[in-house]
Ligand binder design. Structure first.
Ligand code: MG
Length: 294
């Protein structure tokens, strides 16, 4: 495992453990590595190394529990592209908790690591991802309907997992991936709206770089009897109004190159937004807690 892989592992493992280490800052570029102030030390200096392209899949990872594919299997069929309809406004219903509204109010959020005030820039209701993951202060969500709008960077940089990467974390540990998946090949279980490392979306309903997109997520928390899992976490997801997961069960919490076992603490949790080193914008986030069957 190379250094970058270790950092990515740290990023996801830390998300699962809530105690989050600083995620990596994305691929270094030749421009970042250059030292423009210094004259060349040699007549013909070597150009700075170009970072290799990000991997688009793995065959050396464990098999998923149903034995069909490796985790992050690059040979798994790519979801077909379905062009979504026009973006529709989705104002919060009257009974929703507005997590991110029209102004600059971040009172519902905190940094995941350390619990301090959110350091991500915000203006006119648009929050841009910055250093460190953020989470809702409320940490006892269970079953809910969640609406999130996001936009990956207009300026396309990087490839595969290095392009427009962020994520929406459900109950702190179950990630619905955010990525620029518009003409950007990656492993299918890691593309936009994937249940990261577990299930690709049924189709690729991504819009282009810089365009606003939406996730509408209906999530049911896992149920436990003591320490025994009775019912896994279940999710239905619409990406830009197109169903991409239909009551799918998570095999366990999200990780990179792994699927850890469930833990009773997964029964409730916060909503988290991931910093993966790419500036992704968010707006209009609201949640409606749902009643369990009585
Ligand atoms: Mg992500």
């Amino acid at each position: 495992m190379n250094a970058k892989s270790l950092l990515v592992v740290a990023c996801f493992a830390s998300a699962a453990a809530v105690a989050v280490a600083q995620p990596f800052d994305g691929p270094r570029t030749a421009a970042n590595d250059a030292e423009p102030q210094q004259p060349p030390a040699r007549p013909n200096p070597q150009p700075p190394p170009t970072p290799p392209p990000a991997p688009t899949g793995y065959q050396d990872t464990p098999m998923q529990p149903n034995g069909k594919w490796h985790i992050h299997d690059g040979t798994r069929p790519q979801p077909i592209v379905v062009k979504p309809g026009a973006m529709q406004p989705a104002p919060p219903p009257a009974d929703a908790i507005v997590l991110l509204g029209a102004g600059t109010d971040l009172s519902k959020w905190q940094m995941t690591q350390g619990g301090g005030a959110v350091g991500w820039p915000i203006a006119d209701g648009v929050l841009s991802s910055g250093r460190g993951m953020i989470r809702t202060k409320q940490d006892d969500f269970t079953d809910y309907q969640l609406h999130v709008e996001f936009a990956t960077p207009s300026e396309v940089k990087g490839d595969s997992q290095g392009r427009g990467n962020s994520g929406v974390f459900l109950n702190a540990v179950f990630e619905i991936q955010v990525l620029d998946s518009f003409n950007n090949k990656t492993y299918p279980d890691g593309q936009a709206s994937a249940m990261y490392g577990q299930f690709p979306p049924m189709v690729n309903a991504s819009r282009g770089p810089g365009e606003w997109q939406s996730y509408d997520i209906v999530f049911s928390a896992p149920r436990f009897s003591g320490t025994t899992l009775e019912k896994p976490a279940m999710v239905t997801v619409l990406h830009n109004g197109v169903a991409v997961h239909n009551q799918r069960a998570f095999w366990g919490p999200t990780a990179h190159k792994a699927i850890p076992p469930y833990e009773p603490s997964n029964a409730k949790g916060f909503i988290g937004l991931q910093d993966h080193g790419n500036p992704v914008r968010f707006r209009n986030i609201w949640i409606r807690p749902l009643k369990a069957d009585e």
